[in-house]
Design a protein around this ligand. Structure first.
Ligand SMILES: Nc1ncnc2c1ncn2[C@@H]1O[C@H](COP(=O)(O)OP(=O)(O)OP(=O)(O)O)[C@@H](O)[C@H]1O
Ligand SMILES: Nc1ncnc2c1ncn2[C@@H]1O[C@H](COP(=O)(O)OP(=O)(O)OP(=O)(O)O)[C@@H](O)[C@H]1O
Ligand SMILES: [Mg+2]
Ligand SMILES: [Mg+2]
Lengths: 226, 226
C-alpha cells in the first residue's frame, strides 16, 4: 500500500548539506504494523513526512495506494491525507484555540462527516485514551502526555486506512504507552488499519510485526517478527 | 537545598477542579540526583514548575537555597532562576528566531557573562551533546531529539546550582539518552550540581540516586539507591 523508492531528501544549511534521507527504499503492505527505529537525526520523521506527502523528496518516488505522490497536485495530496491517512506529529501540533474534542473532530469535519457521528467517534476514542473527562479543555490545560494522547485520538478517530505515528509514546508512562499500543494493535487487527510508527522505545519495537532501522538516512537493517 | 512543604496546586476547569498537586512534601539535599516518576497527569511537571518558581502553589511553602519563593517579588524570583536554576522544559521552549548557539547562550547573556566566555561554554556543551556542527541552525531545522538536546545544553551551559529537567530524554534514542545521563551525572559528581528530573524512562530511573513516585498529585513512594 506504500512504496518508497530510492528516496533522497537533503537540506542545505549554513554549515553544509544534510542528507536527511540518502537513498531509502521500503515497501509496506496493507495491514502491516511497522516500526522505524534509529538514532536521533537518522531520518525517521523525514521518512514519515515523505510517506504522508507532507514533504517532497529531491529524488526517488513515493506511491501510496497506487498513486504517485510526486505527480499529484496540492489539492489531491491534501484530499489523500484527509481521507486516507491519519498523522501523529512528534510535537503533536494541536490547535491551541480548539478544545480537546474539537481538535479530535477536526479531520472528520473536513471530511464532511455529520456532527453527531463525528462527535460520537471522537468521544469514543478520547475515552479509550483516558481523556473522556477532558473534552472541553484546551491543549494548554493538559499535561505533556495528555496532549500526546489528543494527537493520537485526532489521527485515529476517523479510522483512516493508514496511520503514520511519529514517536506516539515518547511522553507517556509505560502503562499508558502499552494501552495505546493495545488500541493501535486492535485497530490494526480488527479493521486492517496500516500502522507505520517511528519510536525510540524498545517496548514499542517489541510489539511491531516488522522493524526497520535507519541510520544516516539509509535503511540499515530490517527484521520480521511474529 | 530545596524544601517543598505540603504544596497544593489545583486548576478550575469547565469540568471541575483538577488537583495537580494535592499535598506533596519533599526535601532535596544539595548535590542530589533525584528522579520523579509517575503516570501521565500525576503532577511531575507541576512539581518541577513549583520548585523552580514558575508556578505558585495555592497552599504550602517552597524554599530554594533558604529563600521562601512565596515571599519573593517577581524580579527576585527571576534573578534566582536566572542565576541558580537551569530549566529543561518538556516541550523545549526554544526561541525559534535564535540559532542553536544563541539559544544556548541566552541565560548566560542575561547573567552578563562576557561574549567570549559564554560562547566558549555554549560551544563546549553543544559539542558534548553532539550538536557541535549545528551551531548556526534554527530550531525548525532540527529533529525532535536535536531540539531536546539544545534545551538541555541551554539549561546546563552556565553550570547552574540546580537543574530541573522535565523528561529530558523523551525524544532521544537510548544511546543518546545514556550519553546525556553520563553528562548530567558527571556535572553532579564533579561540580555538585543538584539534579531533579521527571521521567517515564526506566533506564533513567535506574541511574537516579533517589526515586520519588507521584500519583494523583501526591508522593506515593520513595526509594533510595546507591
Ligand atoms: N492549565 C491547566 N488547567 C487545568 N488542568 C491542568 C492545567 N495544567 C495542568 N493541568 C492538569 O494537572 C495535572 C498534572 O499535570 P502535569 O503536567 O503536572 O502532569 P505530568 O505528571 O507532568 O504529566 P505527563 O507525564 O503527561 O507530562 C493533569 O491532570 C493536568 O491535566
Ligand atoms: N529544515 C531542516 N534544515 C536542515 N536540516 C534539517 C531540517 N529538518 C531536518 N533536518 C535534519 O535532517 C536529519 C533528519 O531529521 P529527522 O527529523 O528526520 O530525524 P529523526 O530520526 O526524526 O530524529 P529524532 O529521533 O531526533 O526525532 C537531521 O540531521 C536533521 O538535523
Ligand atoms: Mg523525529
Ligand atoms: Mg509533564
Amino acid at each position: 500500500v506504500i512504496e518508497v523508492d530510492d528516496v533522497k531528501r537533503h537540506y542545505v544549511t549554513g554549515g553544509g548539506t544534510v542528507k536527511a534521507l540518502d537513498g531509502a527504499s521500503l515497501t509496506i503492505e496493507r495491514g502491516e504494523f511497522l516500526a522505524i527505529a534509529g538514532p536521533s537525526g537518522s531520518g525517521k520523521s523525514t521518512m514519515l513526512n515523505v510517506i504522508g506527502g507532507l514533504d517532497v523528496p529531491d529524488s526517488g518516488e513515493v506511491m501510496v495506494e497506487g498513486k504517485h505522490l510526486g505527480e499529484m497536485r496540492q489539492s489531491q495530496l491534501a484530499a489523500l491525507r484527509r481521507d486516507r491517512i491519519g498523522f501523529i506529529f512528534q510535537a503533536y501540533n494541536l490547535n491551541p484555540v480548539l478544545t480537546v474534542l474539537e481538535n479530535t473532530e477536526y479531520v472528520m469535519m473536513l471530511q464532511g462527516k455529520p456532527p453527531a457521528e463525528r462527535k460520537k467517534l471522537a468521544v469514543d476514542v478520547l475515552e479509550e485514551v483516558g481523556l473522556g473527562d477532558m473534552l472541553d479543555r484546551r491543549p494548554s490545560q493538559l499535561s505533556g502526555g495528555q496532549q500526546q494522547r489528543v494527537a493520537v485520538a485526532r489521527a485515529i478517530a476517523g479510522a483512516p486506512a493508514i496511520v503514520l505515528a511519529d514517536e506516539p509514546t515518547a511522553n507517556l508512562d509505560s502503562t499508558t504507552g502499552q494501552e495505546l499500543l493495545d488500541m493501535m494493535e486492535r485497530l490494526n487487527r480488527e479493521r486492517g488499519v496500516t500502522f507505520v510508527f517511528s519510536t525510540h522505545d524498545p517496548e514499542v519495537m517489541k510489539r511491531a510485526s516488522r522493524l526497520i532501522r535507519l541510520r544516516d538516512g539509509k535503511i540499515e537493517s530490517e527484521e520480521r517478527r511474529r
